[in-house]
Design a binder for this molecule. Structure first.
Ligand SMILES: Cc1cc2nc3c(=O)[nH]c(=O)nc-3n(C[C@H](O)[C@H](O)[C@H](O)COP(=O)(O)O)c2cc1C
Length: 445
């Protein structure tokens, strides 16, 4: 039996993968857009719909960075509304464990799981930066090194709350007048380094017992956290060699927690560009890359590495000769990519050498170094690539990120999904009502 492919739909994000200026692009705020993408994903029998979430708008040069989409409605509100217009699709929300509290988050996920009849998933993220923390009047209260200690304790606390009501707690017997089987349900008492809470949880046990847990951190600590607690990982390693390396790295951590290889799904993010032929798709991909990196975007992304105002530079001209400013005062705030440039001067030297060797302008270079297009080709090519990556243990499936909202998944649903179904590696019908059913996961005892 070949492995089954898992697929999820990422609502296009707040980065330059999303081309909001495309003539076909619609709203990123109106509910109709969320409904359209979710219903397309459900029609195509996807496992789940995925919402990323940032808790602070990005800024660059003390202005909101608005070359990409800015401003999104709240995750729980959107997912709860989607629960009413879908029937099987999983609903995954990204909720931060640094700036929230377990009692509130557990209530929200247990409620979403009830409203959706067992389709809730929680992508536990740990962004800890002081810039985001200002929104919560907490500033930088958590050191980077403590982000997974808090996340682990947060999740353990939430699990106690989810488990605090037995499934048969509510009797509601009209004849006898008995509502609860036992008036002591929901009690909890939890004390650790980050939380000291006691009381009663007030949401009865939900259909999945606990929401499906996703994890998206990439560091060693993040991978260990995933191995200990997650049902699926949202990774950024979607190519064969990198994917296999990551896949093996996280799966080999599972036995230490008494877990089987199947109990943790690895789902890299992936973009796609389809065409009538492979050549046609390549042509389209080149056009989309230029849409994703306008001249203005190229300069802004360059500024993030250089940590300097480069607005005077011509995006069609050469890279700056001046070196990056390596002092602390970052020109860009609230961006993961800023933290990813660990050695800006070395990276700048590499970029300059590459631009000179390949005769690339600033914009050409940024198009190359920020390239995140995963699958490019005719539907049959893309179906083969996806299936090969899954069968060769580079992934268990993919979280697909269309570049246009909300119609960007239609072509994939209509052309690639039927090919995966023909090959017997993707469901033609849902086998059960809950997201745990789709992912082949047990309900926690
Ligand atoms: C593919 C991917 C998607 C992520 N999406 C989000 C997100 O939507 N919101 C967020 O606050 N952090 C997001 N993160 C950040 C991580 O959850 C995590 O907080 C961050 O990567 C720091 O952890 P690390 O050092 O283990 O990587 C994402 C990370 C990855 C790899």
């Amino acid at each position: 039996m070949p492995k089954q492919v898992h697929l999820a739909a990422h609502f296009p994000g707040v980065n330059n993968t999303t081309v909001w200026s495309d003539p076909r692009a619609g709203s990123h705020i109106e509910f109709d857009s969320f409904v359209k993408l979710a219903q397309t994903a459900e029609r195509a029998k996807f496992d789940f719909f995925f919402l990323a979430e940032g808790l602070r708008l990005r800024e660059q040069g003390v202005q909101i960075y608005d070359l990409d989409v800015v401003g999104r409605p709240d995750t729980f509100t959107v997912l709860a509304a989607l629960a009413a217009v879908t029937t099987h699709l999983g609903l995954a929300g990204t909720i931060n464990s640094t700036f929230n509290e377990p009692y509130e988050v557990a209530r929200q996920f247990a409620s979403l799981d009830h409203l959706s009849d067992g389709r809730a998933a929680w992508n536990v993220v740990t962004s800890w930066d002081a810039f985001t923390g200002e929104n919560f009047r907490r500033g930088g209260f958590l050191a980077e090194g403590d982000r997974y200690t808090r996340a682990t304790q947060f999740l353990a606390t939430a699990a106690e709350l989810f488990d605090s009501w037995p499934a048969d707690a509510v009797v509601a017997d009209k004849t006898s007048g008995v509502f609860l089987r036992d008036g002591s349900v929901g009690g909890f008492q939890h004390t650790d380094q980050h939380f000291d809470i006691a009381g009663r949880f007030n949401v009865p046990r939900s259909p999945q017992g606990r929401p499906v847990i996703l994890q998206a951190g990439d560091s060693d600590g993040g991978r260990e956290f995933a191995a200990a607690t997650a049902d699926a990982i949202f990774s950024r390693h979607g190519t064969l060699v990198e994917g296999q390396k990551f896949y093996e790295d996280v799966k080999r951590r599972l036995p230490a927690y008494g877990r089987t290889r199947d109990s943790l799904k690895v789902l890299p993010a992936a973009t796609f560009i389809l065409g009538d032929t492979d050549a046609d798709a390549q042509e389209k991909a080149a056009v989309v890359r230029r849409q994703q990196v306008s001249g203005a975007t190229a300069i802004k992304l360059l500024e993030q590495l250089w940590n300097r105002d480069l607005s005077g530079y011509d995006p069609d001209g050469p890279l700056p000769e001046i070196d990056p400013d390596v002092s602390d005062s970052h020109i860009a705030k609230g961006r993961a990519s800023v933290r990813m440039h660990r050695d800006p001067i070395a990276t700048a030297n590499e970029w300059r050498a590459r631009a000179e060797a390949e005769k690339l302008s600033i914009r050409d270079l940024i198009v190359e170094v920020t390239n995140r297009q995963t699958f490019i080709g005719a539907p049959a090519t893309v179906a083969t690539e996806i299936n090969d990556l899954v069968q060769q243990d580079a992934a268990d499936g993919f979280i697909l990120v269309p570049h246009v909202t909300p119609d960007g998944l239609d072509e994939f649903a209509d052309t690639v999904v039927p090919l995966l179904q023909e090959r017997g590696v993707f469901r033609t019908e849902y086998s059960g009502p809950t997201l745990r059913d789709h992912l082949g996961l047990e309900v926690p005892a």
